[in-house]
Design a protein around this ligand. Structure first.
Ligand code: ZN
Ligand code: CU
Length: 514
């Protein structure tokens, strides 16, 4: 079947202004892109894109929807934004490999963010087989997590890894990349990765095959931002591999204004020949597991050990001064029992009649650490600086679907918000440039060689949107809303979204590294 998309302004995915073009599809692929009228009208079944911008399907370079295929209900949070490809396995967390000895530790750690999973796989290859059988809504680009690898060889222990353990992590990494992982991610604020040093990361990244990358949630996104960028660049340089700095930000009010210097540091690394890029999400709040407010020492040993500490008065006295303050800036998003959701820790303290630290401890204890939170930590000037840099891609950092509650609105609105707030309203980016950063640029960086451009020969993953209307809708207190202004989405030439509605068939694919 051929489709002929006419009347639209095509944003090609290259860094250029949109232009009037007709697009002819031949089955799954784009056959021709021509000025209006050059392709005979009877060449294909007509698709009217009058008044719309036609772009490559967006690439979400930073997602945590590793579990989406396993959900009974289709996860439509990304496809309704026009996202057709998601990079998962970020921040050091992947769902494989799993070893019997530490299966329950991995399940508990992932349980702080993911809904329950049955963990019936061991190797990365087995995981991918399970996912392939379930089917994908969006194209799936998996990374293997350094945290998951470390857990598989050393458990949840607060200690350096041994040379033998590092060798074993390297073998497991290689198994994952052989199976189809596009690279390895790290999340250096999370246990057990928080106990690793730079040498461990270098040793691991040296096992990456050529063309695969190292993505990192850096060790310190606040006062230590520049040193953290240096660490990421060191890993990339030593391993000779591409680096992706995840969700670039300057976190914490004392550090606001820090992103321009961070971008200078990244530009300098690129000038020195290290292939490094970064991504950002278009919000000034982050979101992660609430346990990240605990210092590293308090997270040693896994869930049972952490919960014991939270029940011990002596330990709590020590913890009280080490978990930060500003509890009015910590909004509970999703919890295991759906208690506390939608209130800040400070508001919860008021309701419980205790002080905020005690409320924080109570929330963690009663929800058995299975709590995600939204953290109001950033300044919009830093975000604008990040978005304006030519090497910044867009990643939602959307947390795993299927947990309910009130997830960060980025899960539903990231890509429409870039186009609405930062292109149309604030003119931080031109439309063609914004589309490039969400399509062609990430496709090239991650090696998605047949996606990311509206060009002959590429797979016809396309989104059409109304540039005057497109916008995110939800906010932090009321996030669960699809965006507006996404007219339709095609995946490999087949319609999957029409008039903002999901058509109900999983047409995504797992993509393969080149
Ligand atoms: Zn992260
Ligand atoms: Cu993340």
């Amino acid at each position: 079947m051929s489709l002929l998309v006419t009347g639209g302004l095509v944003a090609s995915g290259l860094d250029e202004p949109p232009a009037p073009r007709d697009v002819l599809l031949d089955g799954e692929r784009i056959a021709a892109v021509e000025p209006p009228g050059r392709i005979p009208a009877d060449a294909g079944e007509p698709v009217d894109a009058t008044g719309l911008v036609v772009a490559p399907g967006f690439v979400d370079v930073h997602s945590h929807a590793d579990n989406a295929p396993l959900l009974g209900a289709d996860d439509t949070t990304k496809i309704l934004q026009g996202v057709t490809t998601e990079v998962v396995g970020n921040c050091g967390f992947s769902l494989a490999p799993v070893v019997p000895e530490y299966r329950s530790d991995l399940a508990a750690l992932c349980g702080r963010l993911f809904p329950d999973l049955d963990w019936r796989w061991s190797s990365f290859h087995e995981l991918l087989g399970t996912l392939d059988a379930a089917g994908y809504v969006t194209n799936y680009v998996p990374l293997v997590g350094h945290g998951t690898l470390r857990l598989a060889v050393a458990g949840m222990a607060d200690r350096p890894t041994t040379p033998d353990e590092r060798a074993r992590m390297g073998e497991l990494l290689r198994e994952a990349t052989d199976a189809g992982a596009f690279g390895v991610s790290s999340g250096l604020i999370y246990p057990p990765a928080v106990w690793s040093d730079t040498e461990e990361l270098v040793a691991l990244a040296r096992h990456l095959p050529e063309g695969r990358l190292y993505a990192t949630h850096m060790r310190d996104e606040g006062a230590g931002l520049l040193a953290s960028i240096d660490e990421a660049v060191t890993v990339g340089r030593a391993a000779g591999r591409r680096v992706q700095v995840s969700h670039l930000k300057a976190a914490g009010e004392p550090n606001w204004g820090g992103v321009p210097a961070a971008l200078d540091r990244l530009d300098a690394a690129r000038a020195a020949g290290v292939p490094v890029a970064q991504d950002a999400y278009p919000y000034t709040a982050s979101s992660t597991m609430l346990t990240t407010r605990l210092p590293a020492w308090a997270q040693d040993g896994g869930d049972a050990a952490v919960l014991d500490r939270l029940a011990d008065p002596v330990t709590l006295r020590r913890l009280r001064g080490e978990c930060g303050d500003e509890w009015d800036r910590v909004l509970i998003a999703s919890t295991a029992d759906h208690e506390f959701e939608g209130s800040t820790v400070e508001e919860t303290a008021g309701l419980l009649g205790v002080d905020p630290f005690d409320a924080f401890v109570e929330i963690l204890r009663s929800e058995r650490l299975r709590v995600s939170a939204v953290l109001f930590t950033m300044h919009e000037d830093d975000l604008v600086a990040a978005l304006a840099n030519a090497h910044t891609m867009v990643g939602s950092d959307g947390l795993p679907p299927g947990v309910g509650g009130r997830p960060h609105p980025r899960l539903f609105g990231t890509f429409p918000r870039v186009l609405g707030r930062y292109v149309r309203q604030r003119a931080v980016l031109d439309l063609g440039t914004a589309v490039h950063r969400m399509t062609g640029l990430p496709a090239a960086a991650f090696g998605l060689t047949d996606r990311g451009l509206v060009a002959p020969g590429r797979v016809a993953d396309l989104v059409a949107f109304d540039a005057a209307e497109v916008t995110d809708v939800g906010d932090y207190r009321d996030p669960v809303h699809p965006p507006r202004g996404i007219a339709w989405v095609l995946q490999a030439g087949a319609p999957v979204v029409r008039d903002g509605r999901w058509l109900g068939v999983r047409r995504g694919r797992r993509l393969l590294p080149r």
